[in-house]
Design a protein around this ligand. Structure first.
Ligand code: PLP
Length: 355
């Protein structure tokens, strides 16, 4: 089988080593004579996987014991609801949200079900083509929620605001891709299926002291405190996604950690944006250079009559997953941590050859 250059937005490319080691574990986990898929999540071997999967996140993010790490089910979409359940006061609860795209809007929708939501900044009127920066968040809010990278529109927050309340961030599509002071956040969540592993688990990183202050009776499965008390094993955890996520994070740690990933991601982004800026046939959806995503490059043709020629050329070059999100059209080159720069060069060469 010849591997494709996989630009898919997620589920997406993972390091080759992760595929190999996952396959081995499915056949025989740690030489136990059992598959990873048939062992008990309470077995010594799997408890060790969960412990290390939680510990490695804190090492990579340089976070201390005041933070807890969970691997939950339900996707990042469940976090849209779990965040307000756990952080919005039961009486007169009020949160501030930044509306930077479809996923941010999804979080806002869930927040509104439990209390008052003020959208303190939005780029909706300009079809989410930039990141709003002119807003303030005061202490009257229970928390502020933002989305670090907008997977569909190809915009990314370079800086995070200083707010007078808890800072919550959906990092689903750029977690572990760049150096950030993670200690500025009170809660971070991310669906695994981009930079971390296969679909099926969601990483949640929480500053412990923020919990238990809402006066709300939280359904057990939505209660972070309960998941923490049970060390992410309140119910049967998504065993395979957690194991494959651990392998991906070990691969990251063994290859220079987040700082080295950032250098590789910047080089890939420079290569493709350089071509988009140079080539009159292409333009990005993101209107401001400072808001361009390093992970998802959403772009379009300036001359639609070139569509067939371009589509044929990238498919022939072995590229897959380049079509833009159905809500936006155009193209999207998702270049997560595991994407080699050689694949980006293949795409850039195809773009160069369009004439
Ligand atoms: N948040 C962001 C930024 C995303 O990109 C996505 C999916 O692509 C989601 C949330 C939803 O994730 P899930 O499908 O895991 O619920």
């Amino acid at each position: 089988m010849s591997k494709k250059h996989n630009f898919s937005a997620g589920p997406c490319i993972l390091p080759e080593e992760v595929f190999q080691k996952s396959a081995e574990a499915i056949l025989d986990f740690n030489g136990s004579g059992l598959s990873l898929l048939e062992i008990s999540h309470r077995s010594k071997d799997f408890v060790a996987v969960m412990d290390e999967a939680r510990a490695i996140v804190k090492r990579l993010m340089k976070l201390g014991d005041d933070y807890e790490v969970l691997y939950l089910g339900g996707g990042a979409s469940l976090q849209f609801a779990m965040v307000p359940f756990n952080l919005m006061k039961s009486e007169n609860g009020k949160a501030a949200y930044l509306d930077t795209g479809t996923w941010a809007a999804g979080a806002i929708k869930e927040g509104k079900k439990l209390g008052t939501v003020d959208v303190v900044g939005s780029s909706k009127a300009e079809n989410y083509s930039s990141i709003p920066k002119d807003y303030k968040v005061g202490s009257e809010y229970d928390y502020f929620h933002c989305t670090s990278n907008n997977t569909i529109y190809g915009t990314q927050m370079r800086e995070f605001p200083k707010v007078d309340t808890l800072l919550v961030c959906d990092m689903s599509s750029d977690i572990f891709s760049r150096v950030i002071d993670f200690s500025q956040f009170d809660l971070i969540y991310a669906g695994a299926q981009k930079n971390m592993g296969p679909a099926g688990t969601t990483l949640v990183v929480i500053k412990k002291e923020i919990l238990g202050k809402t006066g709300r009776d939280i359904p057990s499965m939505l209660d972070y405190s309960l998941h923490i008390a049970k060390e992410s094993m309140y119910n049967t955890p998504p065993v395979f996604p957690v194991y494959a996520s651990l392998l991906t994070l070990q691969h990251l740690e063994n290859n220079g950690g987040i700082a080295a990933a950032e250098v590789r991601n910047e080089a890939k982004a420079k290569l493709i944006y350089g071509e988009i800026d140079r080539n009159p046939f292409f333009e990005t959806f993101c209107v401001k250079e400072e808001d361009r995503s390093l992970m998802n490059v959403s772009f379009k043709l300036t001359d639609e009559s070139k569509k067939e020629e371009f589509d044929n050329a990238w498919k022939e070059a072995g590229i897959s997953g380049l079509n833009g999100h159905r809500s936006l059209g155009g193209y999207r080159a998702s270049m997560y941590n595991a994407m080699p720069i050689e694949s980006v060069q293949v795409l850039v060469d195809v773009m160069k050859n369009l004439n």
